[in-house]
Design a protein around this ligand. Structure first.
Ligand code: FAD
Length: 378
C-alpha cells in the first residue's frame, strides 16, 4: 500500500475552503504545481455553511481594495461558472437573480438612496424600485416598505459546490488535494519557509499560502506572527415547500432570503462572537424567524428542512488579511474575509496569485497587509 503523497510542491496551500481552492485553481490554470492541505474535507467549514450572496458592495464607506476585489469577482463569475461546468461537469448553482435591498423606514431609505448613487458612480448596474412597484416585482415582500435598491449584478451561488468544483478543476490540472490531513505547523530555515509539517512527515514547498479561514491565527501564532483571525458564528436555516420562492435575493433587517436552484429558500444569518462554537441554538433560530417575518412573511408557512452554523473568518480590525507574511520571503496569507468571502474570493485569488508569482504584493493589497498587525518598533 502506498503512503501519503508528500512529494515537494511548488506552492502548498493550507486550507481547502473557497479561498484556498480559488487560489489553487488560479495557480493550476497558470500551469503551476500546487498541493492543497485540508484538515477535514474540502469546503466543509465556513464555505460549506455560506449563504453565497454576491453583489456590489453594500456600504459606502468601504476601502477601494474591497470595491476592486468585488468588481473583479463579479466580472469573473459568469466565465468561471461556465469553465467549471465544462471542466468538471459540476453545476455550482450560480444565478444572477438581482439583489433587492429593502427600505423599511425613512432612515433606511436615505441610506439606500446614497448607496445607489455610490454604486452607480462606480459603474455597477443598480436602480431604484418604488414602493408601489415592489410587491408586484416580489410578492413575498411584506406590505409597508418604502422602496428598494435593485442591484442587477447581484445573485447567489452554491458555495459548497463551487468550492468542490474549484478543487476538482485544479486537480484535473495536476493539483494534489490532501484531505483529512491537518497542517501541524511549518518548517523554516531562517527567513524561508521550507514546507508544511503534517502528521506523517513534512511536505516540502517553495512557497506556502495560509488560507485556513478562522483557524489562520493559530498557524500565525506558531510562527510568532500575528494573523489575528476571529471566528464569527453564523446560523442559518432553509425553508422548503414554498409555493412562490423569491425571484431575487432579498436583503434587509441585517439578513438575507436567498432562493436556491432547488426551490428552497435559505435564511441568513446570525452574527455571533462565541469562539469556535457551532451549535444551532433556539436564540439563533429566533433571530432567523424574525428575518423571515421582516422580509418574506409568506414563507413562515413553509417547512424548515435544515438548520446549520458555520464560522466566518473575521479579523481583529474587520478587514481581510491578504499578502506576504512579514519576516518570511516565501509565505503568504489570504484569510479574514468575514461576511464577504464568497464575494471577494475570485478577486482575492487573482491578485494574490499575481503577487506571489511576481514575488511582490500588488500595491492594491496594501490595506490588507498582515504587516498592519506587527508590533510597532520600540
Ligand atoms: C452562515 C454564513 C453565511 C455566509 N454568507 C455569505 C454570503 O452570503 N456572501 C459571502 O460573500 N460570504 C458569506 N459568508 C462568508 C464566507 O462564507 C466566508 O468568508 C468564506 O467561506 C471563507 O472562506 P475560507 O476559505 O477563508 O474559510 P473556510 O471555508 O473556513 O476554509 C478554511 C479551511 O481551512 C481548513 N483548515 C483550518 N486549519 C487547518 C490546518 N491546520 N490544516 C489544514 N486545514 C486547515 C478548515 O478545515 C477549512 O476547510 C458566510 C459565512 C457563514 C458562516
Amino acid at each position: 500500500m502506498s503512503g501519503p503523497d508528500y512529494r515537494a510542491a511548488e506552492i502548498a496551500i493550507v486550507g481547502g475552503g473557497i479561498i484556498g481552492c480559488a487560489i489553487a485553481y488560479e495557480l493550476a490554470r497558470k500551469g503551476h504545481d500546487v498541493a492543497v492541505i485540508e484538515r477535514g474535507a474540502i469546503g466543509r467549514e465556513a464555505s460549506g455553511a455560506s449563504a453565497g450572496v454576491i453583489g456590489p458592495p453594500s456600504q459606502t464607506d468601504l476601502p477601494p481594495v474591497r470595491v476592486e476585489l468585488t468588481a473583479r469577482s463579479l466580472a469573473a463569475y459568469p466565465w468561471l461558472v461556465a469553465a467549471l461546468q465544462e471542466e468538471t461537469g459540476l453545476d455550482v448553482g450560480y444565478r444572477q437573480w438581482g439583489t433587492l435591498l429593502v427600505a423599511r423606514d425613512e432612515r433606511e431609505l436615505a441610506r439606500l438612496r446614497a448607496l445607489l448613487s455610490w454604486q452607480e458612480e462606480l459603474g455597477f448596474d443598480s436602480e431604484w424600485v418604488d414602493a408601489a412597484e415592489l410587491r408586484e416585482l416580489e410578492p413575498t415582500l411584506p406590505a409597508g416598505l418604502r422602496g428598494a435598491l435593485l442591484a442587477n449584478d447581484g445573485g447567489s451561488v452554491h458555495v459548497y459546490r463551487l468550492t468542490r468544483a474549484l478543487a476538482a478543476a485544479a486537480a484535473r490540472r495536476g493539483a494534489r488535494l490532501i484531505e483529512h490531513t491537518p497542517a501541524l505547523g511549518l518548517t523554516t530555515r531562517g527567513a524561508r519557509v521550507t514546507g508544511v509539517r503534517l502528521p506523517a512527515g513534512s511536505l516540502p514547498a517553495a512557497q506556502v499560502v495560509l488560507a485556513a479561514g478562522a483557524w489562520t491565527a493559530g498557524l500565525g501564532q506558531a510562527l510568532g506572527r500575528p494573523l489575528p483571525t476571529i471566528p464569527v458564528k453564523g446560523q442559518m436555516l432553509a425553508i422548503g415547500g414554498v409555493l412562490h420562492p423569491p425571484q431575487h435575493v432579498i436583503g434587509g433587517a441585517g439578513g438575507y432570503l436567498v432562493s436556491r436552484t432547488d426551490g428552497t429558500v435559505a435564511v441568513a444569518a446570525t452574527e455571533e462572537y462565541v469562539g469556535f462554537d457551532t451549535r444551532v441554538t433556539p436564540a439563533g433560530l429566533q433571530t432567523l424567524v424574525g428575518l423571515v417575518a421582516a422580509l418574506g412573511p409568506g414563507l413562515l408557512q413553509g417547512e424548515v428542512i435544515a438548520t446549520w452554523a458555520g464560522l466566518r473568518p473575521g479579523s481583529a480590525d474587520g478587514e481581510a488579511i491578504v499578502g506576504p507574511v512579514p519576516g518570511y520571503d516565501n509565505l503568504w496569507v489570504a484569510s479574514g474575509h468575514h461576511r464577504t468571502g464568497v464575494q471577494l474570493a475570485i478577486g482575492t485569488a487573482e491578485v494574490l496569485v499575481a503577487s506571489l508569482l511576481a514575488g511582490a504584493p500588488d500595491p492594491l493589497l496594501a490595506p490588507l497587509s498582515p504587516a498592519r498587525f506587527a508590533a510597532p518598533p520600540r
